[in-house]
Design a protein. Structure first.
Length: 557
């Protein structure tokens, strides 16, 4: 198992430019991972231009991230004559550096022009892909693979969606009950064979709540990876995709919400917001709903051969991924979960420090931008956990398998709230600063060994280009595809309510004595009442009763 050469497609572009009349190099757009991995490893070790990646030391992490080497040579190929695109060699160097030195790469990315504390964009290079449409986000080396068009949804994210559209190849499941009759609709791969499923992917939408779009993009990326890297053995039949459809009050008014389906306010679905509909005694958070879907996937009775579940999101979906990964309740299967966040607009910061200052920003530490400040504002899903032991929540997150993917051209401001501004001026700035922050947390001991950082060259805030980059294909579909790690034995959370210990007087001996005394008392009372007729025989004889009646008859009226 190795990390795919995430710029291998650039090599294909170079080959195409060298022989424009002969398109044959595009028939195999990216070099495949050899079937004999050990032989390939020895061959790569003989090359002077290979790039070493730090191995993880302990047994578990060695299995989680067996990233021995990946070829650097395709990254440095110049493609001057193809579509007038020339890769920025500084950006290429940053992407390479992130393989072994993510923090150093983050500092280098933040030192690029128009990045650090900049919210006014500015030209930082030409993108590989100029279009921002779904299918237009295809790399030249992925265009040979089929792309299923997005579903046609009626309505808008601002005025509300009129209905959840049908999506080719997926079933819109509107029957999964989260709790107390409340339903969360979700797109699911249609006609799957439960026995064949080895990987589950839960994908979140962007700000427009377009769950069908992102579900479809993941499906198309799955097709691309199967074409580029068939050696991985990740077939469409072995992956189940689930895309929860988070709906808000605008969608409810517009007609997309059916009876008993959950509704959340505004964009609060991404931060673990609680339901406003249906009317429940105890509302349901989006994070609780995600837990339900993941529980279903890890249910051996339903998916007996499933190994891993990956939670995926880009932009606002990426925000939800990071925040959910931070607060997610501990479950026995957690060692088999991974999280991929692409270009989040902001983060739930782990410390109370921020890279930039804004004296007029009142609450920069509070949820959903952090876990400090007024902690009662944290989603009720994990509020008690953070209040009880914030450090334990942070340490649990640092141990999880978290993948960050940042486009090296993504210097758009995105979230313009001051709370996001003190994290960074734009997407790339905030992501790089978040990576730097991680390494400064004492309990992380440097860069968290289960976290990865991939910079994508020549890509801005383009969802499909981010998901279908070679590095992302491996993170989302291939890492630990055939691995199922042991269940955790300790599944407690910091805020769990412990069962009270028995009182001293409630020991088994005292309980037995008390029960004996109570039983004896009750028995004595019953026996006493049973003896009364024998002790007080008056009026018990029929002759005596008849004499009483005769005496009463002689009395004057």
């Amino acid at each position: 198992m190795r990390l795919a050469t995430f710029a291998a497609g650039v090599a294909a572009l170079a080959a195409a430019s060298a022989s424009a009349a002969d398109p044959s190099p595009l028939a195999r757009a990216a070099p495949a991972v050899p079937r004999n991995h050990k032989l390939a490893s020895r061959q790569r070790q003989q090359r002077s231009n290979d790039f070493d990646v730090a191995e993880r030391s302990d047994a578990f992490d060695a299995a989680v991230h067996p990233l021995a080497r990946r070829d650097a040579s395709p990254l440095v190929v110049t493609i001057n004559n193809f579509q007038n695109y020339t890769p920025d060699q500084n950006a290429v160097g940053i992407a390479m550096q992130a393989m072994s030195d993510p923090v150093g790469a983050a500092r280098a990315a933040d030192a690029m022009p128009f990045i650090s504390n900049n919210n006014t964009a500015g030209y930082i290079g030409t993108g590989i892909i100029s279009s921002d449409s779904d299918e237009g986000n295809n790399y030249i080396w992925t265009q040979q693979y089929p792309f299923v068009a997005n579903a046609d949804a009626q309505g808008s994210p601002d005025t509300g969606w009129n209905a959840l559209p049908d999506l080719q190849g997926f079933t819109l499941n509107r029957t999964i009950e989260i709790r107390n009759g409340a339903i969360q609709p979700v797109y699911m791969t249609a006609n799957y064979d439960a026995q064949a499923i080895k990987r589950g992917i839960v994908v979140f939408p962007g700000k427009p709540r377009d769950s069908w779009k992102y579900t479809n993009l993941v499906r198309n990326a799955l097709t691309v990876q199967n074409g580029l890297f068939p050696e991985w053995g990740v077939t469409p039949e072995s992956v189940l995709i689930m895309g929860p459809a988070w709906l808000n009050q605008e969608d409810q008014t517009a007609g997309a919400v059916q009876p008993n389906e959950l509704v959340f306010h505004g964009t609060q679905w991404q931060s673990g917001g609680h339901s406003s509909f249906p009317n429940l005694t105890s509302s349901i958070t989006t994070y609780e709903a995600v837990d339900k879907f993941v529980d279903i996937l890890f249910d051996k009775n339903q998916f007996p051969n499933l190994n891993q579940v990956v939670v995926v999101g880009h932009s606002m979906g990426g925000q939800m991924v990071q925040r959910y990964a931070l607060l997610k309740k501990t479950k026995k299967y957690d060692q088999n979960m991974q999280f991929w966040a692409g270009n989040p607009g902001s983060y739930a910061w782990l410390t109370d420090d921020r890279p930039y200052q804004n004296a007029s920003c009142v609450d920069p530490l509070e949820w959903h931008y952090g876990i400090g400040g007024n902690q009662t504002k944290i989603t009720k899903y994990a509020r008690d956990d953070v209040i009880t032991n914030r450090q334990a929540v942070v340490d649990r997150f640092l141990a999880r398998k978290m993948h960050y993917a940042l486009g090296l051209l993504d210097n758009g401001a995105g979230d313009t709230h001051c709370e996001a501004g003190v994290q960074g001026g734009n997407h790339l700035d905030r992501g790089s600063q978040f990576a730097i922050q991680l390494s400064g947390i004492p309990s992380a001991n440097g860069w968290p060994k289960n976290h990865t950082l991939d910079y994508v060259v020549g890509v801005s805030h383009q969802d499909y280009a981010m998901m279908s980059s070679n590095a992302s294909l491996q993170r989302i579909f291939y890492d630990n595809f055939n691995d199922r790690f042991p269940n955790l034995k300790n599944t407690t959370n910091p805020g769990d309510q412990l069962t009270p210990k028995p009182k001293a007087f409630a020991t088994p001996l005292h309980t037995i004595v008390a029960a004996a005394l109570l039983g004896g008392s009750v028995g004595g009372v019953i026996l006493a009442f049973a003896m009364l007729p024998f002790l007080f025989g008056a009026n018990t004889s029929w002759q005596e009763q008849e004499r009483w009646r005769q005496e009463e008859a002689k009395q004057p009226m």
